[in-house]
Design a binder for this molecule. Structure first.
Ligand SMILES: Nc1ncnc2c1ncn2[C@@H]1O[C@H](COP(=O)(O)OP(=O)(O)O)[C@@H](O)[C@H]1O
Ligand SMILES: [Mg+2]
Length: 142
């Protein structure tokens, strides 16, 4: 948990305005935990929380964060988000991006999270048009 938060902080230090991070992975793999770390690095003061019931939150920070959680869109055949470009002034982070294709298509960074037992996680990150890939194995330190 703390390891995921820490990786989120490192990510938050390198993201730029206009970046779109697609966060894939089952419930409980740590997607929201990662967003909390990104928020800490960007100086979000009022606290990142799961926007599951409202689909979207915007947090103010050094860079604002547009946080989407599209879990509740399951089963909808087609979704019109009303958006035609990613927020140019913010970092956009999307949990369950595959549930609204247009958002997933904007991704500049794709992260797939998998559980490897109760407290271990494997995180695969792909970045840029060449999809440069990094794999992180997260495990408790002791
Ligand atoms: N290394 C880890 N990273 C993130 N969460 C972990 C880790 N190990 C255990 N957990 C547990 O997994 C859950 C992750 O929750 P959350 O971030 O809300 O997941 P998601 O948004 O993917 O549904 C938390 O309850 C946390 O205690
Ligand atoms: Mg979540």
């Amino acid at each position: 948990m703390e390891e995921t938060r820490e990786l989120g902080r490192r990510l938050g230090e390198v993201v730029e305005a206009g970046d779109v991070i697609a966060l894939e992975g089952d419930l409980g793999t740590g997607k929201t935990e990662l967003v909390k770390g990104i928020g800490e690095a960007l100086g979000v003061l009022d606290g990142v929380h799961s926007p599951t019931f409202v689909l979207h939150h915007r947090y103010q920070g050094r860079l604002p964060i547009e946080h989407y959680d599209l879990y509740r869109l399951e089963g909808m055949a087609w979704v019109d988000t009303g958006l035609d470009e990613p927020a140019p002034d913010a970092v956009t982070v999307i949990e369950w991006p595959d549930r609204a294709g247009v958002l997933a298509d904007w991704a500049t960074i794709r992260i797939r999270m998998r559980s490897r037992g109760v407290s271990r996680r494997r995180l695969t990150l792909e970045r840029g048009p060449d999809r440069v890939r990094m794999v992180f194995e997260l495990a408790p330190r002791d």
